[in-house]
Ligand binder design. Sequence first.
Ligand code: FEO
Ligand code: CA
Ligand code: CA
Ligand code: CA
Length: 615
Amino acid sequence: RPGGSTRGGALTFRPVEQNTLDELVTAQGYRYSVVMRWGDPVVAGAPEFDIARQTPEAQAKQFGYNCDYIGLLPLDDKDREALLVVNHEYTNEQLMFSGVATESSPTTPQQKRIAMMAHGISVVEVRRHGNTGEWRPVRNGRRNRRITADTPMEFTGPAAGSEYLRTKADPRGRTVLGTLNNCAGGQTPWGTTLHGEENFNQYFGPAAGPVADPERRLARYGISTSAAAGRRWHEVDPRFDVAAEPNEVNRFGWVVEVDPYDPTSRPKKRTAMGRFKHEGADVRIAEDGRVVAYSGDDERFDYIYKFVSKKKFRRGHDRASRAHNLTLLDEGDLYVAQFTGDSAAEIDGTGTLPSDGEFDGTGRWIPLVKNGASMVPGRKVDWVLTFTRLAADELSARGPEWAPTKMDRPEDIQVNPVNGRVYAALTNNTNRGVGTNPAADEANPRSRNRHGHIVEWKETAGAAGERFSWRIFLVAGDPSDPSTYFAGFDKTKVSAISCPDNVEFDPAGNLWISTDGSPSNLPGSNDGLYAVPTEGRERGQVKRFLTVPFGAECSGPLITRDARSVFVAVQHPGETDGSTVDAPSSTWPDRRRVNPFPRPSVAVAYRQDGGRVGS
Ligand code: FEO
Ligand code: CA
Ligand code: CA
Ligand code: CA
C-alpha cells in the first residue's frame, strides 16, 4: 500500500507527559538547542542584545519578537547550509520593556518604534552542526535580512493600483511600507516564502472618535470604528489612524511573497489571493502544472480559501523559469470552500458520531473570481479581492449552493506529500451553537468547540478542480471527553491535545500539529508539538512529541527534508496574567540569575544519535 507511516516513518517515540515546566521538554532520546532568540544579531552591524538599551535602529538589525512561521530553503545539495525564514507575528510590550505593566499599558514613542521593528520577518543563514540534526546560525550571513513594519514592498496582481489601496503617501496604490502580524506561511517550489498577514486589525483605529463604516469594510475585519487601536502606533506614524488615512488598513491582510535568496528583492503583496486574516498559504502544483494555494481566515465562523493560478509552474532553476514562476501568484481564480455533510440531520452538537460512523461529506469550491471576472453580483474584481470577507458573505445571495461554510477558526493548512490530501487545523470556536450563532454542522460538529478539530479533504476533480470529499480527522480534547475523535483510533492510547494551530508533514506523511491554547483548556499542560500517522493501523494515534516553556504557544513546526531535525518557534514564553519583564513567569531560554526575562526563540530538536525524528 502506498505511503503513510508504514513506509519507514513509524512514530515510535514515547510521548512526553503533560507538564507546566518552564522548559522545552522533548521526547526521550532527543535534544534541543536554541537557534535564534529575540534580539540576536541578524544583519551586519547589529549590536549584541541588551534589554536595557533597546533602540529601533538596533532592533531593525536583530531577530524580531514572537517568532511564528518557519521556512528553510536549501543553500546546497547536501543539506548542510540553508536559509531560515521566520515570521515575527506581534510584540508583548510588557515582556520587552521594564515598567510596562500590562499589554494595554501606555508605551513611549521610542518603545512603539522598537515594537514596529520587532515585527516582520527574519532571514538567517544556518549551517548544520557536524553530522547531527542540530543547526546553528551563521553570523553576518551574506543573505541575512530583516523585514520590518517599515520595509518597502510592492502590490502586485489585479488589485494593485486600485482606488482602495491609494493613500496620500502612495497615490498610485502600488507601494506599501511593511508587513504586520505575520502568522503562518508556506514555501513555494520555486524557492520563495509566503507570509500571511493575520490580525492586522489590532494596529488600526480612528484616533479622534468614531468614523462611518456603511459597508462594514472596517467592522467585518474587526477594526475599531470608534477608537484608536490599543497599540496607539498612530502617535508615531499617522497612517495607523483610519480617520487620517482611511485606505492604509486596506494595505494589510494580504499574502506576502519574499525571495530570501535575493536580500535586495522587494517583497510582494499578492492581491490575487484576497484579503482577510490570512493565517498562511500552502502551495502545491496541480496535475496540469497550475499552482494551488490554500489559506485559512482565522476568525470564528470564517472561511477556507483556495487560489488557482492561471499560468503553469516551470520546473528548472534557470533564470527564465524562476522569473516566470515569480509571477504565478498574480493571476488566477479565487475560491471559498463549502462543506456539505452526508449525515447533516444527525449532528446534534455533542460530537456523537452519526450513524455512518464518520463526520464526512462532499465539498465545493465556490468561485469569487474566475477567469479574471468577479463572480459576486455588482462587485468589481478589485473590490472582491480587497474586501474578500464581505465578498464571500455576499455570494450567499446567489442561493444556498453558493453559500460558503462558516468554520471554527481556520488556521494553518498543509498538503500531505504522500497521500495528496489536505489538512486544515480549526483551532476552536467557543461560540459555535451559542445564542444566534450558527449551530454545529457536520464539518464543525461540536457546539462550544473549545478544543478545535482537524478536517482532511481530497480533491476529487484534480488539485485545481472545484470538487472535493472530506472527513474529520481529529476532534481534539482530552480523550476521556466523549466528544473527542481520533480518526477512530483507540482513545486509551492517545495523548490529550487541544487547539491545533500549525500543521506540518514529515517526509513519510505523518502529520505534526503544534498547539496554541492548551494551558487554558487542559489543566496542567503547556502547549506543544504532536505527531500522528495519517495512514495505516496507527492512523489517529496522536502522541505528544515536545512541550514548550511556560506561557508559550508552539508554532512554526518545520521538519527538514532528511527528517533529522524539527524546528519549532517558541512564541510568547511567559505570556501569562501579571507576567512582566520585572516579574516574568518564564526565564527561558537564558536563565539569567539577575533580572531574568523570557525571549521568544526558534529551537531545533533532533535525535541524539542523528536518527529520524519521530523514531
Ligand atoms: Fe496567529 Fe491564527 O494564529
Ligand atoms: Ca457522515
Ligand atoms: Ca497561528
Ligand atoms: Ca504549516
